[in-house]
Design a protein around this ligand. Sequence first.
Ligand code: HEC
Length: 105
Amino acid sequence: MRKSHVRLITFFILLLSATTNSLAAGDKEKGKSKAIHCQVCHGKEGFSYNPLYPVLAGQHAEYIIKQLKDFKAGRRLNPIMNEIAKPLTAQDMEDLAAYFNSRRR
Ligand code: HEC
């Protein structure tokens, strides 16, 4: 194998590990403190009793992440949630999703 190929392959392996490491799996403890603002509407621990606000407790993490990404990108439109999702990072979404998913009756 040519030396330049080895370098190229090494570069891609490093790039791959850098991108996969940058987003850690959701941390529900961190999510708990990030979720304080959400509970005003979505209820304590995500158990909403108001039909205007969806229940987040026990929801699939992938679903919560997808909705937050869509609100942030403007693919799902809601004036409240579009503003709320705007400052969230991908890591915030992972943590929030892990936290709300872990809340079960
Ligand atoms: C001021 C009230 C309010 C706050 C605060 C709020 N939300 Fe929401 N959220 C809503 C409303 C209203 C909807 C329903 C939007 C719709 O009908 O499309 C919603 C929808 C959602 C959904 C989609 C649920 C589903 O079943 O499709 C997710 C996920 C969500 N919110 C997460 C959060 C998170 C995480 C936070 C805190 C960072 C938060 N929300 C804070 C009002 C709020």
